[in-house]
Design a protein around this ligand. Structure first.
Ligand code: ADP
Ligand code: ADP
Length: 221
């Protein structure tokens, strides 16, 4: 069953100097439990594609189906709620909230979804799962190494148990040894059945995925 399906998706950014067509007639199906890498040169549309799948933005034309539902038929509130419950996002620059502790960063999307603090132990368990010791959970992001910050970001992405994990250059800001550890953590999540879509320009990183989709000039190459 496809958990993600793009049908003839085009994304045009209107700019004063002229429109930029970032994606042009993209059709892709990704099945539940797949680990897919998206590769391509800088500016080819990889981040735009991930942002479409993540419902951070809507297609200019074409359709995006998530778990069989056409996102075009959802209003912004429904889309936000779908995003909070179905999609976890991991960024190259971690994007943790600087004023919040590691624990609070992971708990934040939980509170957004459930409108209350986590009283189930889920945040604590996820921090343990990604290898963040209890003693580090009170640390702010600037008191953590890059690898530790990305582990916290993975725990945050998982807190609402999303079906889909989207990763934009997840090892781009890490040294190669730390990057390998993060890729092993993602591989573990894939083995447990999580669907993962990852943007990377490094073939050694793409090698962790089962399938690679190459994007060139906004089209599937
Ligand atoms: P990458 O590292 O994937 O090449 P960039 O550094 O080019 O990404 O862009 C990062 C983000 O900045 C993009 O996902 C997009 O949201 C935004 N961006 C990129 N190019 C432009 C642009 N020409 N105008 C406005 N925003 C842009
Ligand atoms: P990649 O991730 O492969 O580097 P992007 O998706 O960031 O590519 O960018 C694809 C094209 O769209 C580029 O020409 C970029 O400048 C443009 N672009 C990306 N985001 C924006 C944006 N928010 N506004 C305008 N142009 C953008």
């Amino acid at each position: 069953i496809p958990v993600i399906e793009l049908d003839d998706v085009t994304k045009v950014y209107p700019l004063p100097a002229g429109d930029v067509t970032a994606l042009s007639g993209i059709s892709i199906r990704i099945d539940e439990g797949e680990f897919v890498a998206i590769m391509g040169p800088s500016g080819s549309g990889k981040s735009t594609l991930l942002n479409q799948i993540g419902c951070l933005d809507r297609p200019t034309s074409g359709d995006l189906f998530l778990a069989g539902k056409n996102t075009r038929e959802m209003d912004d509130r429904e889309l936000t709620s779908l995003r909070l419950s179905s999609i976890g996002y991991i960024f190259q620059k971690f994007n943790l909230i600087p004023l919040l502790s590691a624990y609070e960063n992971v708990e934040y999307p939980y509170i957004m979804k459930h409108r209350k603090n986590d009283d189930t132990g889920r945040v604590r368990d996820l921090l343990a799962l990604v290898g963040i010791d209890e003693s580090l959970s009170t640390h702010k992001p600037n008191e953590l190494s890059g690898g530790q910050q990305q582990r916290v970001a993975i725990a945050r992405a998982l807190v609402n148990d999303p079906a889909i994990l989207l990763c934009d250059e997840p090892t781009g800001n890490l040294d190669s040894q730390t990057g390998t550890q993060i890729m092993e953590a993602l591989s573990e999540l894939h083995k447990k059945g999580r669907t993962i879509v990852m943007v990377t320009h490094e073939s050694e990183i793409a090698a962790y995925a089962e399938r690679t989709i190459v994007i060139r000039d906004g089209r599937v190459a």
